[in-house]
Design a protein around this ligand. Structure first.
Ligand SMILES: Nc1ncnc2c1ncn2[C@@H]1O[C@H](COP(=O)(O)OP(=O)(O)OP(=O)(O)O)[C@@H](O)[C@H]1O
Length: 754
């Protein structure tokens, strides 16, 4: 019905409607609009209409241009002078532009930096750009072709035997690995990674509802798959992961070899360039040259910050100008300070111009996906506010007492709030005075923006944004900005926002100084391998600091108990632990060396643990972005690091998603024959209830992943393999309701509780 109303309106009446919409009082205005649709549907309708109009205009211009070219050709063939080519001709020229000018005008209009991937209406992968000049020395927005995808090349007609594959992989090594590292990955001739594959490589799976036990990340993944009426095509998520095709042996391979040679040399060149640029995350510019308050500069220098990092330099001017911005920069490069500096400036500006108010407004709101990130950002803000009397920051995060938050807000009103979305909404919905204070908001910051705009948080985010004044500056920061997030970011950002990409199109989003490798092994070997890798790393790196990521909270708990039993110096953090415990362990790990943290994805993003030497990922992450963020806990501030992904043979398909990253396959390490017994003995000591919870969580997690969750029978077989690997005699019982929710009722191997 509403679309018919819209159709009846001319463009001028649409403008009137726009004016009506944007002239609503601050705080969101009505929740429903003419025709009974909500704000987002209303907004989307307008955006769609604008896009269609633009497309029509462009088609029209194209037609005009083609017609003009045709008439010129005809004129030329007829021997007549063409007006554009002879300006002094007697023939009047009715065309406003020459074809050349026209092309230039079109190019000017669309060749804006970063706009190229937005043209791609089918949301497919960005095509390789043609070779472009080398990047400027500051390393920003480097425009080189994406790295060669060797797996793709080999899967299209060039057969690599195991030996050849190793030669190619060595040629691609980003650095010469130390002998020690090589020894660690000594080939174990007796064990083959294909031994335990319970799944045919052609299988494709799909996701379904998730079990209660699956924590944040699993939940997010499931939610991604559900349709959202409110967001239409914006919710169309990532192309389906595809298993690598088999190698076609029969084809002529000379062309491919030539191509690979060419690509290899180009890749080496790119790597060298990248190394040059990767040496330091710092720019040449100092904080005292950048126009922020001298008191902030003083605080920064007493914290040891003198020079800006590249992302800080690249974004500060844009942010200080008051523009909205979407910023993409690699992990550990100082994004927090990049948004905190303009945030403090915004507070200073507003407080200097505002009269004294009894209850000061909240001027800056920073939203983060986890409590740990929020606490960390508040701590960093306090460092920067050291010399700013009268400016304060407070956190509003789950896991603490709501009443306690309220008391703090009343007794010590602050201008900057760092919050997680759920707790912030509690305050908005329960306390009118809090919403009133938000009416003065000048700046909204979304840290880990892609995660906050993901479906897991989307509803909360929509409600929050609804309660904020429209006249504000919005800044979105993340190390990963998938294309669909760029589009959906318009829910928060103004249309005319800046996109600052310090990674550069086609460049790896990971750091060159972080060695990445993966191991493929059956489940039953995973615990032994992790123990072996840890022991080896501890021997080689005296000041080791390792993070082991597990798929779910309950699996984290199991791995922690096992390694603790095996006398490894471990700690655990996951969502099932009380907040006070999480904070304590987080602080301890931040300050410590010679410690191993076993964690779920609550530590995957944004957390700054300095000097992490190794990140191990047990099992596939929920998506490519999560892999990058987990890996990003090491190699921060330009330091070296190492990342190892450990997957079961049937999880190898995930490698297709990260094929553009410099990750290498390593053979299985030679395992101590006694290790099996040692792991078995330690596993026996762990309470059965922990193992059962781990099984349920495992099942829920993989059921939520589209590729594995589709074929329920195979999923259950794999879960039962996991079950054996943790020493359970038979699969634990499932509640009928849970089995139904997960689509597992009646699947062979599933046992229902009577
Ligand atoms: N100008 C600077 N000079 C020196 N160190 C800095 C500077 N800016 C930030 N840092 C340090 O760099 C480290 C990483 O910063 P930060 O946590 O903001 O990274 P990030 O880009 O947000 O990472 P992630 O993507 O993982 O969230 C921190 O230890 C921070 O103190």
């Amino acid at each position: 019905m509403y679309s018919s109303i819209l159709r009846r309106h001319s463009s001028s009446s649409s403008k009137l409607l726009c004016a009506f919409f944007f002239a609503r009082p601050m705080g969101g205005g009505p929740r429903t609009f003419p025709g009974g649709i909500n704000k987002w549907q209303w907004k989307r309708l307008h955006e769609k209409k604008a896009r269609e109009k633009e497309k029509r205009l462009l088609d029209h211009e194209k037609q005009l241009y083609e017609a003009r070219i045709r008439s010129q050709i005809r004129a030329k063939l007829a021997g007549k002078p063409v007006s554009e080519f002879s300006p002094d001709s007697d023939h009047p020229n009715h065309n406003p532009m020459s074809p050349q000018d026209h092309i230039k005008a079109l190019a000017d209009r669309f060749m804006k930096e970063g706009a190229e991937d937005l043209w791609n209406d089918d949301d497919g992968p960005v095509k390789s750009p043609p070779p472009l000049p080398r990047r400027p020395s500051n390393g920003l927005s480097r425009q080189i072709e994406p790295p060669v995808d060797l797996r793709k090349l080999t899967s299209h007609g060039w057969s690599l035997g195991p030996g050849n594959a190793r030669i190619v992989s060595r040629a691609l090594k980003p650095r010469h690995y130390s002998e020690q590292v090589r020894r660690r990955f000594r080939r174990n001739e007796s064990s083959s990674s294909d031994d335990d594959s319970g799944v045919s490589s052609g299988d494709e799976f799909s996701g379904t509802l998730v079990d209660d036990d699956v924590e944040l990340r699993g939940r997010r993944n499931v939610q991604k798959m559900m349709s959202s009426a409110a967001l239409g095509k914006y919710d169309v998520k990532i192309k389906r992961r595809v298993m690598p095709k088999s190698i076609d042996e029969g084809d002529d391979c000379s062309e491919q070899i030539e191509l690979i040679r060419h690509e290899l040399s180009r890749k080496n060149l790119a790597k060298e360039e990248e190394k040059e640029g990767e040496e330091s995350i710092l720019s040449q510019k100092r904080f005292d040259e950048c126009g922020v308050s001298p008191l902030t500069v003083k605080a920064l220098s007493s914290a040891g910050y003198v020079q800006m990092t590249r992302v800080q330099e690249a974004t500060l001017d844009v942010c200080l100008e008051g523009k909205d911005a979407l910023v993409k920069a690699k992990t550990g490069t100082g994004k927090s300070a990049a948004f905190l500096l303009p945030a403090i400036e915004a507070v200073l500006k507003a407080t200097s111009s505002n009269r004294i108010q009894r209850v000061p407004p909240i001027l800056v709101l920073i939203l983060c996906p986890t409590r740990e990130i929020a606490s960390q950002i508040a701590a960093e803000t306090n460092v920067m506010l050291k010399y700013h009397d009268g400016i304060g920051v407070q956190t509003l995060i789950g896991g603490t007492r709501f009443k306690f938050d309220q008391k703090r807000l009343e007794s010590d009103p602050c201008q900057i709030i760092v919050a997680t979305p759920g707790r912030l909404l509690d305050h908005i919905e329960n306390k009118g005075s809090f919403s009133v204070r938000l009416m003065g908001l000048k700046m909204l910051v979304l840290d880990e923006a892609d995660h906050l705009l993901d479906l897991g948080f989307r509803k909360d985010m929509e409600k929050i944004v609804d309660c904020l004044p429209r006249q504000r500056q919005s800044l979105l920061f993340s190390a990963t900005v998938p294309k669909e997030v760029r589009r959906i970011s318009q829910l928060v950002l103004k249309r005319e926002h800046a996109f600052v990409d310090t990674v550069g199109l086609g460049n790896a989003e990971t750091h060159a100084q972080v060695r990445q490798s993966y191991l493929v092994a059956p489940h039953k070997l995973h615990f032994q391998i992790v123990y072996h890798l840890l022991k080896d790393h501890i021997l080689q790196v005296p000041d080791y600091k390792v993070i082991v990521f597990c798929t779910t909270a309950m699996v984290t708990s199991l791995v922690f108990l096992l390694l603790q039993e095996m006398k490894v110096n471990v700690r655990e953090i996951h969502s099932r632990k009380p907040q006070i415990y999480r904070t304590r362990i987080s602080e301890e790990f931040r300050e410590s060396k010679r410690l191993v943290l076993i964690t779920s994805d609550v530590s995957a993003r944004g957390i700054n643990y300095p000097d992490v030497t190794l990140v191990i990922q047990m099992g596939i992450p929920s998506d490519r972005e999560q892999y990058i963020h987990r890996l990003g806990r090491t190699g921060r501030e330009g330091k070296e690091g190492e990342g190892i992904l450990l997957v079961a043979p049937w999880e190898e398909y995930f490698l297709d998603e990260i094929k553009d990253l410099p990750i290498e396959k390593f053979p299985l390490p030679l395992l101590d024959p006694d290790l099996n017994l040692k792991v078995g003995a330690s596993m026996d000591k762990i309470d059965t209830s922990v193992k059962e919870a781990a099984y349920h969580a495992w099942l829920g997690y993989y059921n939520s992943i589209r590729e594995t969750g589709r074929d329920k029978t195979t999923l259950v077989e794999l879960a039962n393999q996991f079950c054996e690997s943790i020493g359970l005699q038979k699969p634990p019982l499932l509640f009928r309701k849970t089995a139904l929710k997960m689509g597992l009722k009646g699947i062979p191997g599933i046992r229902i509780r009577r």
